[in-house]
Ligand binder design. Sequence first.
Ligand SMILES: CC(O)(O)CCCCCNCCCN
Ligand SMILES: [Zn+2]
Length: 661
Amino acid sequence: MGTALIYDEEMTNYKLLWVDPACKIEVPERLTVSYEALVKSGLADRCVSLPVREATDADILLVHSEEYLEAVKKTPYMTLEDLMDFCSQYGDVYFHPNIYHCAKLAAGSALQLVDSVMMGKVRNGMALVRPPGHHSMRNAASGFCVFNNVAIAAQYAKQKYAVERILIVDWDIHHGQGVQDCFEDDPRVLYFSWHRYEHQKFWPNLRDSDFDRVGNEKGAGFNVNVPWNKVGMKNSDYLSVFCHLFLPVAYEFCPDLVLVCAGFDSAIGDPEGEMCATPDIFAHLTHLLMNLAGGKLCAVLEGGYNLTSLPQSVCQTVQTLLGDPAPRPANLDGPCLSALESLHCVRSAHKKYWSCLKHAADLPTCEVSTKRNKVGEEEINEEQSKQEPVWRECPKTLPPDISAAALLPDDGICPERCYSLKSSEDLDPSIVNKLKEHILKDTEDCETLSTLSRLTVLIDKMEKNEIGSGLALVKDISKAVICVVQHAAAAPMNRVLVVYVGDGVVPFHTNEDGKTLVVQFTTQKSEEIQSKYLIPVCLQKDYSDIPGFIQATLSLLLPLGYEYDPSLVVVVQTSGCGLSHNVWQQLIGLLRGLAQGHTLVLMQEDQNAYVGPTASSLLGDPAPPLGPLEAPLPENVESTEKLRLRLKADWNFLLTTGNVK
Ligand SMILES: CC(O)(O)CCCCCNCCCN
Ligand SMILES: [Zn+2]
């Protein structure tokens, strides 16, 4: 199934007709540069182009009042001064004779996305629209917004498709107070928003945008606000919030549909956000949401005012929706202190609503600590913040010709869409000799020899990005792991993350050079941590505690993986670990965000039941939903939390609170 793209140049046919410094950044070029970038990069052609449509009165009345709609209907016939007068009752928004028409098209585009995704015509999609929507209220326009496109889409999905649970992720740098207002007592719509706040000094300057606004009555817990109290937030800050807050809560909620208020003013270079996250981060944010709701994701453009970073961010988002692997994230150095304080506050405000946060630390005793700068927190000095920010555009990556290869026993059936690495591949004698002297000293059995040499061929092709990912069923998994790790780690720049699922001794020791990082999910009690690079995640009894496994994956494995930033991810499943296919697919799907999607899965020969599900995830198919998650086993929460507390001295991404001691 494909990715929908909705765009119509009619939505560029309105603009600011008078002088208003607050509104001058919202220009038609925002849409044209974004669409042109998609066309130029070839991404538009890979999408399913859907036509726009006008939202009807009934659609608009799902969120807005009759009197507001009637008032907006009059604007096409207003004189210039009437228009200016009409705007003066609202904040930071302008009207134009054609904006009502465009606002109906923007809302209608969001509904087109919902229809095509819910009817299974496409897997996901993006609508490039203006005017944006997330600030507009039931009775008022606000912040360049006329109708609340995403809020209307959510109400529409509930009404027309009886969708039980909808997640709205708002990564725009402004708080979508219109969305919050619409759903704050609705437990069927979970709203995530981060936004520049600076202790209420930033627009829209609302007390209601702070972390303690968690929703009302039945909706308590279903409104999650992450206030950024400083500018300059970076990729690490955004990823930390995803790993330690948004994703654990989203997986517990288990939405049937994900709507994204895709504002790109949270990217570097934007005059509104003044943040430092680079456009490629949106590939990761998109990827991390794509294994929710069976991949049903509708992204609707909100803000984004830097005409260079906006198109780059839009391309990163659409390319990921198309299933291309995300680029390796550049220089992640961990969350800043201010971000950690915000994260700490939100997690403690929500710990009573979400079992995945039950263990979260309570609010710092003196709440005042979130109100003033911490001593020593570096301030972005004046002249530095005055300079125009520059960033390296992410190199255009074409997806590898072969997305996934399978290395199976000769009688194995290669899953469709997979390339089969047959043993007929002529064995390169140099590889064979190297293997002989290093690994296969004694045994001469040619089957192992053939398997191992094909594995090294596979790794070389992944390194050259000729093949994206691979799966192999092998007889002797220890030998295979040793061979793969030695071969992959040999190249000077390479780093290998080995995710070991199952008991048994890891068949090699990780030396302190950091070339390999092993994270082992095991049911055996772990003694002290041997090394920074061998991390035993101990889950009690078997792997039946799915919430516990997911919690450890999201808040331990993923942050470690992002910080380690491997060039290859090797996932090893030893037999009998009994992980359910769905959980296994979530694990593979999430790990695919690392190493530019270069994931190699090694399994014992007797596990060909996992071949199909593994191939599907390696090919970028969304993992099936797990269903709303119960509370993880207390002993698993405890052991994972204890491990995190022990490791956070070495790994910044494991921090979740401001007190970094
Ligand atoms: C969709 C959106 O969230 O990007 C709209 C943002 C509106 C900002 C209003 N204040 C602008 C002050 C100008 N310096
Ligand atoms: Zn914005």
